[in-house]
Structures are given as C-alpha cells and as structure tokens.
Write a protein that binds this ligand. Structure first.
Ligand SMILES: Nc1ncnc2c1ncn2[C@@H]1O[C@H](COP(=O)(O)OP(=O)(O)OP(=O)(O)O)[C@@H](O)[C@H]1O
Length: 236
C-alpha cells in the first residue's frame, strides 16, 4: 500500500478560528487545529460538543460560519460546491460507523466506483480495487453484496474504498462503533498499519480504547472548543 503524504513536516489540516453556528447553537466556537502528515489524531468529547461538525468541516461537507479550513494546502472556502466535491473525492477518504456502502453494488464495485468518480477508467479502477481488497484480506468477498458481508468485512471494504484515491487524509467517524469486539480490534489493527506506513488519520470516537490504540494525539472537545490536547501513550 502506498500513501501520498509528501514530506513528514507537511501540514495536512489547518483550522484557524473556525466557528459554526446553527441558529443559536454554536457547534464550533473558535477551533484552531493543525494536523501534520503522518499524525494520527483522535477527537473525543461528550455528545453534542461538535465532533461531527468538525469532521464535516474538514471533509468539506459543510462550511464554517467564519474562520478558515485548509486541507492538503487548499483553502476549502475558496472552492465552489463542485470544486469541493472534486477535492473531497481526490484528497479525503472517509469511513463511518455504519459503513455507508452502496447496497446494490458488490464489494469490488463499491471500491472501484470511488476512482471512477474521479475519472479513472473502469479497468484501472477495478484493478486497484482488487489490489486493495487483497491487501485488506477481503478479496475473496469481492463479488458479494454488502448485505451478505459481516460488519468487519463491510468496514474493510469501506476502508478500501476510502483509500482508492490515495487520500492525503483518512477521516474516521466511530469506525468500530457497530462492530463486535474481535472485528473492532481488526479494524484498529488496520488503522494502525495504515498510520505506520504514513497515512494521516483523524478519528472521532467515544471509545478511549480506540483512541489510545490508534492515535498518537488526543484532542478533547467541550462546547464546540478544544479544551485539551495531549500526546497519547499508544497501546499498540
Ligand atoms: N445540521 C444541524 N442543524 C442544527 N443543529 C445542528 C446541526 N448539526 C449539528 N447541530 C448541533 O450542533 C451541536 C454539535 O453537534 P455535533 O453533531 O457536531 O456533535 P457531536 O459531538 O458529534 O455529537 P455526537 O457525539 O452525539 O455525535 C449540537 O448541539 C447539535 O445539535
């Protein structure tokens, strides 16, 4: 597997004084944060403190009320909706608690589609998808539809899809939240392996075990703000 993170000092994510308001609710209230290439950062905090809002800003799925979000050197505020969608497809991979695979497509096509949407030919996309499924240990499930995959297999397919375009950043929103403990440990092993070969990770979770296993840095949120940052003694 290869990653596309450039030099180790490269800043992959930079938020400057980001605010996000939904009516009277301050979901983000002045967040500044920097993530460098190769970092593995866990974001934790109580329900409603702004974690998903942060992830949506970094993914370019939503825009701040004020402040700037730069990802992989690009000011996301300078992009229109089409530009944002293209940027996201090329440079950001995402995995979710409930996988978000397309039910009507077998595993291989779910993965290949991510590259086809950026203009890669179907033949090349399918070849890379198969390589990734092999590396993630689920190539034998390539023709199976998501409904017939186990939770752990679904998340592996989702990771393969997220990695298709060699993203500068892999975002994970409760990636083990819907898995049994054995599958959860396997997905954590996978995230650790990816980070060890240079993949930058931003993980939102309620699970301290996931944070301490997979991340080198913990960012704790409260009321839309970063209230503490600390280095983690990873239990790898
Ligand atoms: N689209 C929206 N419209 C209105 N309010 C929203 C919207 N999205 C989030 N909020 C509010 O913003 C605040 C932060 O929500 P957010 O989902 O980011 O929290 P969270 O930390 O991810 O919570 P959880 O851990 O429960 O997922 C909450 O008060 C939430 O109700």
């Amino acid at each position: 597997m290869t990653t596309d993170n450039g030099g180790s000092e490269q800043v992959v994510v930079r938020l400057d004084d980001v605010h996000k308001e939904y009516g009277d609710t301050k979901a983000l209230d002045g967040v500044s944060l920097e993530i460098r290439a190769g970092d593995a950062v866990a974001v934790m905090g109580p329900s409603g403190c702004g974690k998903s809002t942060l992830l949506n800003m970094v993914a370019g799925l939503d825009r701040p009320t004020s402040g700037t979000v730069r990802v992989h050197g690009q000011d996301l505020g300078a992009l229109n909706e089409t530009g944002l969608a293209l940027f996201r497809r090329r440079h950001v991979g995402m995995i979710f608690q409930f996988f978000n695979l397309i039910d009507d497509l077998p595993a291989l096509d779910n993965v290949a589609l991510a590259a086809q949407l950026t203009g890669t030919s179907a033949r090349h996309a399918r070849r890379r998808a198969l390589e990734l499924l092999e590396e993630l240990g689920v190539a034998d499930r390539r023709n199976v539809y998501p409904a017939a995959l186990s939770g752990g297999e679904r998340q592996r397919v989702a990771v393969a899809r997220a990695l298709m375009n060699r993203p500068a950043l892999l975002l994970a929103d409760e990636p083990t939240g819907a898995l049994d403990s054995r599958s959860a440990e396997q997905v954590m092993d996978l995230l650790i392996d990816l980070n060890q070969i240079g993949q930058t990770l931003l993980i939102v979770t309620h699970d301290p075990h996931l944070a301490t296993r997979c991340a080198g840095r913990l960012v704790e949120f409260a009321d839309g703000r970063v209230f503490r940052e600390s280095a983690l003694e990873t239990a790898r």
